[in-house]
Design a protein around this ligand. Structure first.
Ligand code: NAD
Length: 359
């Protein structure tokens, strides 16, 4: 019997990149019973909501899931399904390895970083108050009565909760990963000079956890704006980063840029018993249905999934096949060509087939 895995193809380019990933995973010979579930726009049209209980139940039952990107309407419509999945399943650790692969177009060579992003709170908690609503007015008046700083009448309000519980468990997860994987140094990223209470608490929690690992894993911290500059200028001074949710999201994309773009960047979301794997990129709607985009990020996410399932040999073979195809640079999608208009660029499916041939 195969491993049971929930597969969420998602929106936009999601169905294409997940089909490419599925082809590669199946070519490794590892047996997977895919439990395919609809989320996002298709689910909205069919069930009136973008994420049903049935999908959550499938993931809880199978404990392992892999997904394509899901579209989130901007400034209106339903809330992000990605955020809902992470919060409902308490997938608190978002792990994004940023690894240089020869053949990719990168500003810097040999990048090898791992990002740990807190996934459940911060400004992503979804606690928001719309301008002009009774709740927003009540909250604004309450805050204005308690604070020397006043909130303007025509404001919307988003709340940024940061707890000791969530901060300590993401930092501990990062340290445990470092110990297990021979990583040397963790940098906590924050803006505690300005947000003294929320980011200050994240930093203090990180420092306390770091003490438990003193002598085994080095620890320091960095303010997020400085971190962005450091990552571009002195990338090799950093090994692992641990960040609250919002900075983690932004810095992940910066680091995706350091390894050749969103087409390459893979990710995983871990809770205590459930793991959900996904590329860092979004649903790129303008490319949907064109068999054009790079499937590598989703295929590398499945490498993380195979590792998680205990299929280390298949994971190594699949990553090795991706590495070969990237290094040769011929059978790759447009974004990996030096000229993005290059007519010899492979399609999504054809690049996945090339990877399968190298297994
Ligand atoms: P995006 O990642 O979808 O696309 C930005 C650009 O990156 C694209 O136009 C394309 O040029 C490039 N790109 C992305 N994936 C690529 C790939 N596989 N190969 C080659 N190039 C690739 O970001 P966006 O345009 O900001 O967001 C589009 C939608 O995706 C939004 O609705 C957003 O909410 C959603 N989104 C979802 C997730 C997720 O499901 N985890 C993550 C980010 C964004």
């Amino acid at each position: 019997m195969g491993h049971k895995v929930t597969l969420l193809p998602g929106d936009g380019i999601g169905p294409e990149v997940t089909a490419a990933m599925r082809m590669c995973v199946e070519a490794t010979g590892v047996k997977i019973d895919w439990d395919v579930q609809e989320v996002g726009e298709k689910s909205m049209a069919k069930h009136g909501k973008p994420l049903t209980d049935e999908v959550l139940e499938s993931i809880r039952r199978n404990k392992t899931a892999i997904k394509g990107p899901i579209t989130t309407p901007i400034g209106k419509g339903f809330r992000s399904v990605n955020v809902q999945l992470r919060q409902s399943l308490d997938l608190y650790a978002c792990v994004r390895p940023c690894l240089y692969y020869e053949g990719t177009k990168t500003p810097i060579k040999n990048v090898n970083l791992v990002i740990f992003r807190e996934n459940t709170e911060d400004l992503y908690a979804g606690i928001e108050f719309e301008k002009g609503t009774a709740e927003c007015t009540e909250l604004r008046e309450k805050i204005n009565s308690m604070s020397a700083k006043k909130i303007r009448e025509d404001s919307a309000i988003s709340i940024k909760p940061i707890s000791v519980t969530a901060s300590k468990r993401i930092v501990r997860a990062a340290f445990e990963y470092a110990v297990k994987n021979g990583r040397k140094k963790i940098t906590a990223v924050h803006k505690a000079n300005i947000m003294k209470f929320s980011d200050g608490l994240f930093l203090k929690s990180a420092q306390e956890v770091a003490q438990e690992y003193a002598g085994r894993v080095e620890f320091n911290d960095c303010i997020v704006d400085n971190m962005c500059m450091q990552l571009v200028q002195y990338t090799h001074m950093y090994d692992m980063l641990v960040l609250p949710n919002l900075y983690g999201d932004i810095v992940s994309d910066l680091c995706a840029g350091l390894i050749g773009g969103l087409g390459i960047a893979s990710g995983a979301n871990y809770g205590d018993s459930i793991a959900l794997f996904e590329p860092v990129h979004g649903s790129a709607p303008k490319y949907a249905g064109q068999n054009k985009v790079n499937p590598t990020a989703t295929i590398l996410s499945s490498v993380l999934m195979l590792e998680h399932l205990g299929e280390s040999d298949a994971a190594k073979r699949l990553e090795g096949a991706v590495r070969l195809v990237l290094r040769e640079g011929k059978e790759v999608t447009y974004d990996l060509k030096s000229n993005r208009e290059d007519a010899s660029a492979f399609g999504t499916k054809e690049m996945a087939q090339a990877i399968c041939r190298k297994l």
